[in-house]
Design a protein around this ligand. Structure first.
Ligand code: AMP
Length: 184
């Protein structure tokens, strides 16, 4: 079989998509939850995902990967190691032990808040924001606000999964590369 590089990527991505499990009505009615645990437990899909997530950012000279709680902590550090960058967590309120900076963002009903350690980004650092999934884009937009509050420069967005119909990427910086490995 002759398959060029693009061809193999498509084969890989199709295989990865088959390892995402849809769970209806989780965590609440009306949500179709994209469960990545089947992809994590399979050594091949785990390895391919880690490699394909890092690939688009090889030449971005990123110094930090900022990962979003909690599933952004799974591949954030593997991307960081492949890019020889550091990893910084953004967490839900009152989880980080030292001094924090916070940002609030709107949910369908009400609002939510995320925090980052105030000393986690050196001014001028080149940062990639990573999460498992982008839906409405509110979480990644709040992460952008935190990185910029600390003087970091967002040079990329990275997601395993993008829910295209929700157009979350419109909330992100338009001049920055936004990569999603799988779209649904
Ligand atoms: P949003 O801020 O709307 O882009 O939501 C993204 C965050 O919510 C990510 O941290 C995801 O892990 C989580 N999330 C939202 N929708 C889903 C979904 N359908 N399946 C799994 N996780 C989701």
């Amino acid at each position: 079989m002759s398959v060029d590089k693009k061809g193999w990527n498509e084969v890989y991505i199709q295989h990865l998509k088959e390892n995402i499990r849809d769970v209806k009505d989780f965590p609440k009615p009306g949500i179709l939850f994209k469960d990545i645990t089947p992809l994590l437990k399979n050594p091949d899909t785990l390895h391919i995902t880690s490699r394909l997530l890092a690939k688009p950012f090889m030449n971005k000279n990123a110094e930090l990967i900022v990962g979003l709680e909690s599933r952004g902590f799974l591949f954030g550090p593997t991307i960081a190691m492949r890019l020889h960058a550091g990893f910084v967590p953004i967490r839900k309120p009152n989880k980080l032990p030292a001094k924090t900076v916070s940002a609030t963002y709107q949910l369908e009903y009400g609002e939510d808040k995320v925090e980052i350690h105030a000393d986690s980004i050196i001014e001028g650092s080149r940062v990639i924001i990573h999460d498992d999934l982008i839906a409405t884009g509110g979480t990644a937009a709040a992460a952008t606000e935190l990185v910029e509050k600390l003087g970091g420069e967002v040079v990329g967005y990275s997601f395993l999964i993008e829910l295209k119909a929700l157009e979350g990427r419109k909330k992100l910086k338009q001049d920055v590369e936004c990569f999603s490995l799988m779209t649904f």
